[in-house]
Design a protein around this ligand. Sequence first.
Ligand SMILES: Nc1nc2c(ncn2[C@@H]2O[C@H](COP(=O)(O)OP(=O)(O)OP(=O)(O)O)[C@@H](O)[C@H]2O)c(=O)[nH]1
Ligand SMILES: [Mg+2]
Length: 377
Amino acid sequence: MKVVIIIPTYNEKGNIERLVQILEEEIFPQIKNHKMNILIADDNSPDGTEEVVRGLMKKWDNVDINVGEKRGLGAAYVRAMTYAIDEMGADVMFEMDADLSHDPKKIPAFLEKIDQGYDFVIGTRYSQGGSIPSNWGLSRKMFSVFGNLLVRTILLKFSIHDWTGGFRAIRKEVFLKEKAELTDFMGYTFQVSFLNKAVRDGFKVAEVPINFTDRTLGKSKIAAKEYIIDLLKYVITSSIKEKIFGPFGKFLVVGGIGFILQAVILRVLVEWFNINPSISNLLGAVVAIFSNYNLNNLWTFRTEQFKGFGQYLWKMLNFYATSAIGVIFIQTGIIFLGDNLIGRKYYFLYFIFGTGVLLIYNFTVYRFIIWRKKPHK
Ligand SMILES: Nc1nc2c(ncn2[C@@H]2O[C@H](COP(=O)(O)OP(=O)(O)OP(=O)(O)O)[C@@H](O)[C@H]2O)c(=O)[nH]1
Ligand SMILES: [Mg+2]
């Protein structure tokens, strides 16, 4: 595969030559099964980074540069990834800082994960032996650790440990799929949103532990305050959107329709046809579950819709069975326990609580068993 290491630079004259040299002389010779290239994404750095890179391009013909206006790190990456795919024929792209904070020796470990079939490989400083610099001051450490913890908590995605890092290997398919949604993001927010969208779309993510070291030359470009606000805005709104307008919100709407159906059928059968309330309720439940199943299939979990009538029927059977288990053991069970352990006085509270737990159970079963996400490709 053709691999392009993309290195964004803004005033990195003092670092870029050293990094390119290490990559060319120490790292690339070890990698036999991929074609390795370097692309510097420079934003007209006033310190003359571009001239240094032009010199490096004379020495190594697998080095290229893409220059543009300075519009933040995210914009530089979107521009350079587009260039890497269109002009260089990249299959896989790396994100890597210019300031030697990212250890080039880790590149083979990222490629190993790509070879295993992963789509998006991230360097992690917060798990499996990864680390942040021990000489960072307490506030910088706290900022880094809590920033990531906050992102994981708000997005409710705990299996990924490092959301903000910028050492990554990404297949071109991921970028092409998400590109349209990635404009207008700045520094850390670009990193978080890119990864979040890849996870949402079912791309396979792997982590490689890295030991982040402090830059020794040049100045930091991260404007902490701006990025924190930008980042928080992004994670909070995307999380709310995902929870309300995503599958969970639709699942609640579908369940609400089912509940109304059941209630109407119950009343009509009892009041107009004088049928026994228990039987009427069961009949209502059968219709409500049928409606829930079909609406969830057509709308909530549309992307995982069933193909073929056989699978449709088999999954419907599963759906009826798991729904029954939920109502009998979870909802009714909680009412039964409350009634016997605490007393009848609060029976309606047990019902409300039981229904809340039931919702979580149902959604989990639907999402992870019945309409389980298919792996990408
Ligand atoms: N092209 C481009 N590169 C940028 C921009 N902002 C930052 N970079 C580059 O992105 C990489 C990461 O930026 P850094 O300033 O090192 O951010 P950081 O690693 O979080 O902060 P430090 O630990 O202080 O270095 C470096 O290679 C920068 O030169 C930008 O607006 N445009
Ligand atoms: Mg840095």
